[in-house]
Design a protein around this ligand. Sequence first.
Ligand code: RFL
Ligand code: PHB
Length: 393
Amino acid sequence: MRTTVGIIGAGPAGLLLARLLHNAGIDSVVLESRDRAYVERRQRAGILEQATVDVLRAAGAAERMDREGLRHDGIELRYDRRRHRVDFPALTGGKSVMVYAQTEVCKDLIALQFEEGGPLLFETEALAVEGAETEHPRVRFRHGATGAEDVLECDWVVGCDGFWGVARAAVPSAVGRTFERTYPFGWLGVLADVPPSHDELVYARHDRGFALLSMRSPSVSRLYLQVPEGTDAGSWSDEEIWSELERRFETDDDWTLRRGPITQKSVTPMRSYVHEPMRHGRLFLAGDAAHIVPPTGAKGLNLAVGDVVTFARALVHRAGTGSEELLDAYSATCLRRVWQAERFSYDMTTLLHRAPDATPFDDRLQVARLDRIAGSRAAGTDLAEAYTGFPIG
Ligand code: RFL
Ligand code: PHB
């Protein structure tokens, strides 16, 4: 098998990259280890930055998003039983975000790829990237149906295979460097068949821990609770989840949390991670394969989009001009945006979560930081600009 760009992974990064390349007349093959139903059902991100929305529209992949996505002009910060709304358009000169789930973005891109794009092979696991330093890198992979091994010969390989993928391992440790931080807590996330209890996202800081109210549609709520690292989702009953959410979201006014049937429960660990550089020879890393952020800033999916847009532009530039200057700049260009997202995600995480060893001093500092955001236009603007997203490239 032969192609111009071998793409490992059919998450948002790999699927969008295949679409962008197809639109530019560049052929690709996508290899995905899981089956289609799994990829379309995996619950993850929910917030699309303005730049992500613009990219999906320009790629011709936004028809359903524009019908079903919910435009949000702000978020609520909740602490000390008080509520503060951060107004995005007012603070950023008109920017907003879109609530449209990652599962839906993936479904839309998969459908388009099957209708119009190149091969997208599910249940096909990449085993290794070979020859990254040569003109003809290869991906060794295994066909799911037969178990037979095969090789995909490429001009370029893009590792969009997430944090646990194989692409990153093809960068020799002598040239790569990693930066990492883990957090002593995770998120218990639930989906519930109940209309969201607020029309915007609510990020709550509470002495018992963080809570987040988000949504998937006008009739489906997505809720998260900070839990200790290593928590088993099954150890929380539905009743315990609702009463803990109620406590953490409590206010002095008459706001109430609507309860409904919980249809899914899972725990996500929290990690900050960056691999530098994001390129080795003709292998490029994009999305979670190169970096992870804790979900508090809603940045993971948006970073993946920025990476693949940057790669596609660079390859199109090379095809048009013969110049590799943008490909050479790929890693540095992406990393500038990645580190801003790392900083923001870290700030949001430490602003809102209660560490197991937190002292009363730490608690007061968090409230002071929140008061600052609520009371200063400059501080509010800083949050609003970062949340609605930094430009790509
Ligand atoms: P993905 O989505 O992980 O996709 C990688 C794909 O590669 C496949 N794969 C392989 N395929 C072939 N051969 C191999 N050897 C392979 N190894 C792996 C995998 O099956 C998968 O389909 O990475 P991508 O495309 O870079 O997209 C990144 C986003 O998915 C991610 O940043 C966000 O979802 C992060 N994230 C969240 N971000 C938010 O902004 N808000 C959230 O609420 C949020 N929740 C989450 C998350 C990430 C989670 N992970 C990684 C466990 C919740 C979870 C549980
Ligand atoms: C979500 O809806 O899943 C979501 C929203 C905002 C976040 C994280 C997750 O910061």
